[in-house]
Design a binder for this molecule. Structure first.
Ligand SMILES: [Zn+2]
Length: 355
């Protein structure tokens, strides 16, 4: 009897422990394989059904689903949107880690932070933790594949794999900073938008392009905030404003852990290249389009140690938030006044006497 009681107690303990283990917080300061990121996405949607939905918006060559988390409050009003895209380059592991942190921060703050609450009311955040799913999975295979950059589509000649997705978009495709040799890391594909991942983003964002205020694509490394265009012959119509907001973001980053980020177009501060998602987004009329190159400046490069995930995400979040807040305020600062004016007009039209 005693033994039985002891056994029950043990079972009960185990159940409680198992339940606790099930609910143990996702560790945002470790790198996670794709399976764990998928599980985390499911959990986010389950935990916040009023705010988070999973959207499947594409399929890779190796038949994996490309997914994003849509975060926003359901309102009657027409909403604007923000795009945050991580993991376009497989080996840049800090990028998916950032997207997970970014989601966590929004979900943690919107209930207590009036500004964030307003933003999730006015805008939907579309966050893709890993765009290049096949490539990311490949980097987790073993140490020999850890530094893979491209996707995993077989190339036109035997023995070569992968296209650089950030050279494959319809933005001066194939003109500068690319290779047509499929063995190279910056191979731009057989033709513009040849890749399923590129097509998925182009279709999803392209069909809603008027809604998007902001397009942020997250990479590593070198600590930079890049703005359009990657092609040296073109200048963004809002270059001055992009620089101003970018410098503001760099300052916000610096305030967190004292890290310096360089701001400018890629030809000015890094190297010229064509076919990037950032340039494509700007060409669609999404005015606040930026590429973040996260930590570090080359000491560890793509293999940023896990103990730097937290500071790297904290500072980058602050920079991203600066840009998103600016874009939001530009669109919504007069919203209350406009709504009041509309109501006034409606009441007058209905012949209501106001006293
Ligand atoms: Zn990259």
């Amino acid at each position: 009897m005693l033994q039985f009681g002891g056994f029950s107690f043990a079972v009960l303990l185990f159940t409680v422990t198992a339940a606790t283990v099930e609910r143990v917080q996702h560790d945002y300061y470790k790198y996670h394989p794709m399976e764990e990121i998928s599980t985390w996405m499911t959990q986010m949607a389950k935990d916040h059904p009023d705010l988070v939905t999973i959207v499947d918006y594409g399929r890779t060559y190796e038949k994996r689903t490309i997914k994003l988390l849509k975060i926003g409050l359901n309102t009657e009003a027409k909403k604007k949107a923000v795009w945050v895209e991580c993991g376009i380059h497989a080996r840049e592991w800090i990028s998916p880690a950032f997207c997970q942190y970014f989601v966590k921060q929004i979900l943690q703050t919107y209930k207590t932070d009036a500004k964030m609450e307003k933003m999730v009311r006015n805008m939907d955040f579309y966050v893709t933790p890993v765009l290049n799913v096949d490539g990311y999975v490949y980097t987790w295979n073993d140490s020999t594949t850890r530094l893979w950059r491209k996707n995993r589509t077989p190339g036109p000649s035997s023995g070569c794999y992968g296209t650089d997705l950030n050279r494959n978009f319809d933005s001066n495709w194939g003109t500068v900073g690319v290779s047509f040799d499929c063995k190279k890391e910056i191979y731009c594909g057989t033709h513009v938008m040849s890749e399923l991942e590129t097509q998925a983003v182009t279709y999803f964002v392209g069909t809603r392009k008027d809604d998007f205020l902001c397009f942020l694509t997250i990479h590593s490394f070198s600590q930079m905030i890049l703005l359009p265009f990657g092609h040296p012959n073109y200048t963004a119509s809002n270059y001055n404003e992009l620089m101003k907001v970018g410098l503001g973001a760099a300052e916000a980053i610096w305030k967190v852990h004292g890290q310096n980020y360089t701001v400018g177009t890629s030809p000015d501060v890094l190297y010229p290249f064509s076919g990037s998602s950032q340039d494509w987004a700007h060409m669609q009329g999404i005015h606040f389009s930026y590429t973040f190159e996260l930590r570090d400046k080359g000491t560890f490069g793509f293999q940023l140690p896990e103990d730097q995930i937290q500071p790297a995400c904290e500072e980058a979040y602050s920079g991203a938030l600066h840009i998103i807040t600016y874009a939001h305020d530009q669109t919504f600062s007069g919203a209350v006044v406009t709504a009041a004016a509309t109501l006034w007009t409606l009441l007058l039209a209905a012949g209501v006497t106001l006293m």
